[in-house]
Write a new protein. Structure first.
Length: 91
């Protein structure tokens, strides 16, 4: 039981807003993401705005695209409450 509790504490929810924002910065439109997931553009909008949570399979597709685009492992996904380093360009 204790082992299961530690695992549950370690889990973090995916920050879908940051996932989709990263993809937008890489020139992925909501229409393109919707087509990859066989969903509507409105569905992508809803996921980004926190109005809905993707189903497991759709989440895997989005994280796979995110991983391919960013070059990061799927396990390095943006998570709620996890701070991301900010890069500031030197003048």
């Amino acid at each position: 039981m204790r082992k299961l509790q530690r695992f549950a504490d370690a889990e973090q929810r995916v920050d879908w807003w940051r996932v989709i924002t990263d993809l937008e910065r890489a020139q992925w439109s909501h229409e393109r993401l919707a087509a990859e997931c066989l969903r509507s553009k409105g569905w992508v909008d809803g996921v980004k705005n926190g109005q809905s949570e993707p189903r497991f399979h759709d989440g895997l597709i989005l994280l796979g695209i995110w991983s391919d685009v960013t070059g990061k492992c799927r396990l390095e996904y943006p998570a709620e409450g996890k701070r991301q380093p900010v890069r500031i360009a030197a003048n």
